[in-house]
Design a protein around this ligand. Structure first.
Ligand code: EPU
Length: 430
C-alpha cells in the first residue's frame, strides 16, 4: 500500500502564547526572480523556508546563478546565468514561475517557458500579462504548451489592465523597469506584495512610483545594482494564525506582523465577537465562544483576501447562525468544503457562494487537501474538531507555510507531520 506523508492534528487545544510571522510567500516569489535583474549579488532577508522558495532556488541554480540560503537569508549572484531554458518539471510546480520571463529578458532576447502551474482553483488566465508585455514591445506566442516571448528591446508605454491582476501587475512592472522610457500601469493590483516588489526594485536603483495605488509609474532602463532587502511579513500566514487563535478560543500574541495589512480580516473577526488588540507590529487575538456568523466577500486588496476565504469558512462552520461566503476572485475555490462536510460542517456551495450553517461540533476525520489555502481550512477544522484529523496532501502545506507544525505546537496544539516512513512503520506495527 502506497503511503504518503500526512499532517496529524489532535483537536481541542486552545492556542495560547506568542508566535512570530515568517516572511511573505507571495512577496518572496516575486522578489527572488527580480534579483536576476541586478548586475551584482543581492541579499534577501526574511525569506520563508518553504517548498515554493526551494523550487525557485533550483530554478536559479539551473540557470547558472549562485544561490545560498540558510533558511532565512538568501544571497543571489545572477552574474553566472548562462541559460534560459527552465525545465517543465520545475515550472509546473508554481504559478510564479512566469515571473522568470521578464527578468530573463534582461539577458536573453527570446525566452521559451512552459505555461505556469499553480493550484487548481479555476482558470488562471494570463491574457493581461500578455497584454502588458506586448504593449511594451515584446512578441508573445504560444505553442505546444509553451510561451515564447521575444524582445530585442522593450519600450515604455501605457498599459491598462482589464482587472487588477496580481500576476499581470508584477509581470508588467518587471518588464517596465527593463524597458526604455516611461511606463504607466493603470488599474494595477494593490496587494502588499506588489509594494514589496516595488520597494525591492527601488532599492536596486529602479524608479517606481505609485505602488499600492491603482496607477504605477515606472521610468525604465536604469542599471539595477545589487542590494540588501528584507521581505515583508506574510499577510496570509498572519491572518491564518489570527483565525486559528479565534477558532480555538485561544489567546495569541502575533509578533512581527503588519496590522495595517490585516484590516479586512480584523474587521470581520471583531464583527464575530473576537477580541483584537493591535500595537506596532503586534496583534493579540483572543477568541470567545460562541462566535457570531458573518458574511464574507473576497475582493482585491484592501478587500477581504481570497487566500483567507478558506480558513475563515472553517471558523464559520462553528459560528452561531448562517454565514454567506462569496468568492469573487477565482472560479473554483471551494473544493475543500467537501472535506469539511465530512467532518460534520453544514455547508452548501452554489456556484461561487458557500452558505455555512453553524454546527455545534466537528469531528476529526481523514481528509485530503486539494490546494494550498484549502489545505489550511482543513488544519483549522482539525484544531477545533473532536478527536484526531489526518490531512493528506501535505505538499500543499509545505509549499506555503513555514514550520507550520512547530509554530502551532509552540502555541499548545498537537500537530505533527507523519512522514511516509513513519506511517509505513506504524502500519506494520498494527
Ligand atoms: N485573471 C485573468 N486574466 C489575467 C490574470 C488574471 O482573467 O491575465 C483572473 C484570474 O483567472 C483569476 C483572477 O483574475 O480569476 C485573479 O488573478 P490574479 O492574476 O490576480 O492572481 P494570481 O497572480 O494568479 C496571486 C497569488 C494568489 C492569490 C491571487 C489573488 C501569487 C504567486 N499568487 O495569484 O495566491 O490568490 O494573487 O490575490 O502571488 C496562494 O498563495 O495560494 C495563491 C493562489
Amino acid at each position: 500500500m502506497a503511503m504518503e506523508e500526512t499532517l496529524l492534528v489532535r483537536g481541542g487545544a486552545r492556542l495560547m502564547g506568542e508566535v512570530a510571522i515568517s516572511g511573505g510567500k507571495n512577496a518572496s516569489v516575486a522578489v527572488i526572480p527580480a534579483a536576476i535583474l541586478a548586475n551584482a549579488p543581492c541579499i534577501i532577508e526574511n525569506v520563508p523556508d518553504i517548498d515554493d522558495v526551494a523550487v525557485l532556488i533550483e530554478m536559479l541554480r539551473w540557470l547558472g546563478a549562485k544561490v545560498e540560503f540558510d533558511g532565512r537569508t538568501m544571497s543571489v549572484d545572477p552574474r553566472g546565468i548562462n541559460r534560459c531554458d527552465l525545465p517543465y518539471d520545475l515550472v509546473r510546480r508554481m504559478r510564479a514561475s512566469y515571473y522568470m520571463i521578464p527578468v530573463l529578458l534582461s539577458r536573453f532576447s527570446q525566452i521559451s517557458m512552459a505555461l505556469p502551474g499553480g493550484c487548481a482553483i479555476g482558470p488562471r488566465l494570463i491574457d493581461q500579462t500578455v497584454k502588458g508585455w506586448t504593449t511594451l514591445g515584446a512578441k508573445v506566442e504560444q505553442e505546444r504548451g509553451e510561451l515564447i516571448v521575444t524582445a530585442e528591446k522593450l519600450i515604455g508605454n501605457e498599459v491598462y489592465l482589464d482587472m487588477p491582476s496580481v500576476g499581470a501587475t508584477i509581470n508588467t512592472m518587471l518588464a517596465a523597469v527593463l524597458a526604455e522610457g516611461n511606463t504607466t500601469i493603470f488599474n494595477a493590483a494593490k496587494e502588499p506584495h506588489i509594494v514589496d516588489l516595488a520597494n525591492f526594485l527601488g532599492s536596486m536603483g529602479a524608479w517606481i512610483k505609485g505602488s499600492g495605488t491603482d496607477i504605477i509609474r515606472v521610468r525604465g532602463g536604469r542599471p539595477l545594482r545589487g542590494t540588501t532587502y528584507t521581505i515583508i511579513p506574510d499577510q496570509i500566514e498572519t491572518g491564518t494564525l489570527m483565525i486559528a487563535a479565534a477558532a480555538t478560543g485561544g489567546d495569541v500574541l502575533i509578533t512581527g506582523a503588519i496590522p495595517y495589512h490585516m484590516e479586512a480580516l480584523s474587521a470581520k473577526l471583531l464583527e464575530m465577537g473576537v477580541y483584537i488588540r493591535e500595537e506596532d507590529d503586534l496583534i493579540q487575538v483572543r477568541g470567545k465562544r460562541p462566535l457570531r456568523a458573518v458574511n464574507i466577500k473576497t475582493q482585491v486588496y484592501p478587500g477581504y483576501p481570497t487566500d483567507l476565504q478558506q480558513p475563515m469558512t472553517a471558523l464559520l462552520a462553528l459560528a452561531q447562525g448562517t454565514s454567506v461566503v462569496t468568492e469573487t476572485i477565482f472560479e473554483s475555490r471551494f473544493r475543500y468544503v467537501e472535506e469539511l462536510k465530512r467532518m460534520g460542517a453544514n455547508i452548501r456551495v452554489i456556484d461561487r457562494v458557500a452558505i455555512v450553517d453553524g454546527v455545534k461540533r466537528l469531528s476529526g476525520a481523514r481528509i485530503t487537501a486539494t490546494d494550498l489555502r484549502g489545505s489550511m481550512a482543513l488544519v483549522i477544522a482539525g484544531l477545533i474538531a473532536e478527536g484526531e484529523t489526518e490531512v493528506l496532501g501535505t505538499e500543499f502545506l509545505r509549499r506555503g507555510y513555514e514550520h507550520l507544525d512547530t509554530k502551532l505546537c509552540s502555541l499548545g496544539a498537537e500537530v505533527k507531520y507523519l512522514s511516509r516512513e513513519m506511517r509505513v512503520l506504524e502500519h506494520a506495527a498494527r
